[in-house]
Design a protein around this ligand. Structure first.
Ligand code: SRM
Ligand code: SF4
Length: 556
């Protein structure tokens, strides 16, 4: 039993919150500040929102003795990253009316809107509600957006597997009705007992929790970076069940050696929906009961599993489930990629994956993405899917509509950006970082595109421009762009400085390692120049850059 005074402050806030209500309603009404009360800042995350401020304007505001320019980021819950055309149209208008207008596709296949003022939160969420979208549990110490291999091309059972994302998301939703009461002005339940939550109880999980489903051979979701990783086992075009892995997570803290990235460990196989859902549920209850609530840096499931040991964790899981997991079934990942351009599924429908650099859907000098997607949505003949690499798929397009949809994509420059961007650019991922992320130490999405232009020049020197080397950048070691799973990872340490990580593979099965610390741009380019030179001369057959680094033991 942990003494109450050892628990982190967030634990007290959760249990005292009356089902995540806290004083959010009062905080919202306070017109003297653009912020909400401190305790409510922890609670609002469970409703899919973060309080932020414009970091570019902190100094100026402080000089003028004004409070920081507070606003909120809202993240939608979108299991498997799917949206109808109607929902896209609605979201387009909501983004224009209430946020900065940029529609941001995240690395977990959902959408974030930034810059929403406190007084706009309710109108925003009410508008989302009219198009059947919500942000419940998109953040906070609960299960987050469930991701799933994006492209239906991957498998004949894609739809069946994709539906699991929705089922898991529903199963792991908190029972509290607070969201409906606070944001949508719905009446409180007469019978509060309906809110009793056997999974989360009143303490929720010790930390965020992430679940993903991959359909081999494509590990486009980086499945092993999740707390729970499901690998669909498909034999003769039939879904047989899932291998279940647990304990993935990538966040670390500079200078804290007890934090580390970890890939999920495969525990076994479940052959039915009932067993799969039960196993996920009980992994969550073990984490609820055994996760560290005294130190948030040690609270993720990966640390719980390592403290318990994989064997004891599995035994506990099987005891709670009341059945044993079968031995894991064989599977093979041969790719981790988005299929840019058109592909056709075996029902005859077409899918166009458009490259959206760093996931920012906006109209800029290269292409009018927002206009294009709006016009396409207006046909109401397509759906939208988001990839875990921050790209967008115009999906479920019939043969007869394909030429028309293509002409819209072409007219606004989306086809040109998608087809003409280099392989390293289309493969790259950067997290949000400045100006909204409060934890950013360095730039990421605003900087990586220009760095890539310089890296492209280096690659061109060695005739490697079409080499799909994966490069990922984050503004801090939390890992939101999954940089430790890239061949080249750049992790911000201070403004303009990055640790250079090397040696990850192309499939998301091997973590990279730190090669050099605190490099400025000129140092990054000079290191990469020498490494590309050596790689171009010494690689064996089609060996990838990451595999070459690994084989040559370039990182000690
Ligand atoms: Fe993340 C915190 C953005 C995917 C690990 N992440 C944050 C916050 C909310 C900063 C904060 O706590 O105030 C960032 C908001 C920035 C902004 O202004 O929008 C943020 N994370 C993002 C997104 C938007 C990055 C992106 O550019 O796409 C991704 C949203 C995902 C979603 O839709 O749910 C995002 N974050 C990830 C991933 C990748 C993944 O899940 O596949 C990771 C690494 C995997 C993992 O969880 O281990 C990740 N984010 C973190 C962490 C470190 C957690 C840890 O265990 O140490 C934090 C900080 C924290 O939780 O304390 C964090
Ligand atoms: Fe912010 Fe760090 Fe996540 Fe980037 S990796 S979005 S800087 S928390």
């Amino acid at each position: 039993m942990i003494m109450a005074d050892k628990l982190t402050p967030v634990e007290r806030i959760k249990t005292a919150s009356d089902g995540l209500r806290g004083s959010l309603a009062a905080s919202l009404k306070d017109e003297l500040t653009g912020a909400i009360r401190e305790d409510d800042q922890a609670l609002i995350k469970f409703h899919g929102m973060y309080q932020q401020d414009d970091r570019d304007r902190r100094e100026e505001r402080s000089e003028k003795k004004l409070e920081w320019l507070y606003s909120f980021m809202i993240r939608l819950r979108l299991p498997g990253g799917f949206m109808t055309a109607e929902q896209w149209l609605g979201m387009h208008h909501i983004a224009g009316e209430h946020s900065t207008g940029v529609i941001k596709i995240t690395t977990r296949q959902t959408i974030q809107l930034h810059g929403i003022l406190k007084s706009h939160i309710k109108p925003t969420l009410k508008s989302f509600d009219t198009i059947k979208l919500d942000s419940i549990a998109a953040c906070g110490d609960v299960n987050r957006n469930v991701t799933c291999s994006a492209n239906p091309l991957e498998s004949k059972v894609h739809q069946q597997v994709f539906e699991y994302a929705g089922k898991i998301s529903e199963m792991a939703l908190p029972k509290t009705r607070a969201y409906y009461e606070i944001w949508l002005d719905k009446e409180p339940l007469l019978n509060k007992e309906e809110e009793i939550d056997p999974l989360y109880q009143d303490r929720y999980l010790p930390r965020k929790f992430k679940i993903s489903i991959a359909i081999p051979p494509n590990n486009d979701v980086d499945v092993f970076s999740n707390d729970v990783a499901l690998i669909a086992i498909v034999e003769n075009d039939e879904l047989k069940g899932f291998n279940i892995a647990a304990g993935g997570g990538l966040g670390t803290t500079h200078g804290n050696n007890s934090t580390y990235p970890r890939l999920a460990t495969v525990l076994g196989f479940c052959d039915s929906e009932e067993k799969t859902l039960k196993a996920i549920y009980e992994i969550m209850t073990i984490q609820r009961d055994h996760g560290d609530r005294t130190d948030r840096k040690q609270a993720r499931l990966k640390y719980t599993i390592d403290r318990m040991g994989v064997d004891d964790f599995k035994k506990e899981l099987e005891t709670r489930c009341g059945f044993a997991l079968e031995p894991a079934r064989p599977y093979e990942f041969t790719a981790r990629k988005d299929h840019f351009g058109w592909v056709k599924d075996d029902h005859g429908n077409w899918y166009y994956t458009a490259f959206v650099e760093t996931g920012r859907v906006t109209d800029d000098s290269r292409a009018a993405f927002k206009k294009a997607f709006y016009e396409i949505a207006s046909t109401r003949k397509v759906n939208f899917r988001f990839t875990a690499n921050q790209n967008i798929i115009i999906s479920d397009v019939s043969e007869e509509d394909k030429i028309f949809i293509h002409s819209i994509l072409e007219k606004y420059g989306v086809v040109a950006v998608t087809e003409l961007s280099s392989a390293i650019r289309t493969n790259a991922v950067a997290c949000v970082a400045f100006n909204t992320c409060p934890l950013a130490l360095a730039e990421a999405q605003r900087y990586l595109p220009s760095l890539i232009t310089k890296i492209e020049s280096l690659l061109a020197k060695y005739d490697m421009l079409e080499d799909p080397i994966s490069i990922r950048m984050t503004g801090c070691p939390n890992g939101c762009g999954r940089p430790t799973l890239a061949e080249i990872g750049l992790i911000g340490t201070a403004y303009g400085k990055y640790n250079l990580h090397l040696g990850g593979d192309r499939l998301g099965l091997r973590l990279n390692r730190k090669y050099k610390e605190n490099l400025e741009e000129s140092e990054i380019l000079s290191e990469l120049d020498s490494l590309f030179d050596a790689y171009s001369r010494e690689r064996v057959n089609a060996e990838s850059f990451g595999d070459y680094i690994n084989r040559k033991n370039i990182v000690a």
